[in-house]
Ligand binder design. Structure first.
Ligand code: SF4
Ligand code: SF4
Length: 245
């Protein structure tokens, strides 16, 4: 991209952003600051559609653009960019688990929410196996709107957040993963849900999402009836977390 032309914020959806990228109407640039990396959609003209640009020179203008999008929209844009980058193969040589980086950070991602399970985390996916998992009190079933993925409204399994119920039926504020301990994740690396183990830790909190909601919803599509049945079973139960064993 030669000249940067920012786009006025609009009502975001996965489909709108992804389709505009596929039609080459928009590209994405990253704003790198000392302790974050933020992706913004811009009008596309030529060159790579996804570019890392140091924007410190234009800081006041960039600040205004960031402010006008707002944090939830910026997090969502980063999710769509991660999906596109993964699809292009841009993430395949990056390291997934790096304790030295995460120790310095102190688990910022895990302080916002628990990570999502992939179907690859299970040897068996059945009513009985997931009933047993949910009964342990550290897993939630969470709804994901089609707006976020461009697919159907869906249910996903994730690690429960502190103060969240087992079955999430309304939008809740971010809160810490129930398995985040004083020294980081209380699960061994191999036991972490794929959403946690696929994260790509980077210095200065510029980490990359390795398992996007779009991928999760695609994978869990064949299990939606099972998750609905489990949600109905657990919605009135008060399940306490008593440890991971
Ligand atoms: S993945 Fe990133 S945000 Fe999460 S704990 Fe590691 S460094 Fe921090
Ligand atoms: S399970 Fe572990 S990696 Fe996943 S959010 Fe919780 S603390 Fe983080």
């Amino acid at each position: 991209m030669t000249e940067i032309e920012f786009i006025e914020p609009f009502q975001l959806s996965f489909k709108k952003l992804f389709d505009a990228f596929e039609r080459k109407e928009i590209g994405f640039i990253s704003i790198k600051t000392e302790n974050s990396k933020i992706w913004l959609p811009v009008k596309y003209d030529e060159g790579d559609q996804i570019e890392d640009i140091d924007f410190l020179d234009l800081f006041p203008e960039v600040m205004l653009v960031l402010y006008s999008w707002g944090i939830p929209a910026l997090n969502f844009i980063a999710e769509v960019v991660a999906y596109i980058k993964k699809k292009r193969g841009d993430l395949k040589n990056l390291k997934n688990i790096d304790h030295s980086i995460c120790q310095k950070c102190g688990g910022m991602c895990c302080k916002n929410t628990g990570c999502y399970f992939s179907i690859r985390d299970f040897d068996e996916i059945s009513f009985d196996s997931l009933y047993s998992l949910l009964s342990k009190g550290y897993t939630s079933i969470s709804p994901i709107s089609n707006v976020l993925t461009g697919l159907e409204d869906s249910l996903l399994l994730k690690i429960r957040n502190i103060n969240d119920p087992i079955i999430i039926t309304q939008e809740l504020p971010p809160s810490q993963c129930i398995l985040l301990g004083p020294n980081g994740c209380t699960l061994k690396d191999k036991e972490r849900p794929y959403g946690g183990s696929a994260l790509i830790p980077m210095d200065n909190s510029t980490c990359i999402i390795g398992y996007t909601l779009r991928e999760a919803v695609e994978e869990w599509a064949p299990y939606q009836e099972l998750l609905i049945k489990l949600a109905r079973t657990f919605v009135t139960k008060d399940v306490q977390f008593k440890g991971i064993d």
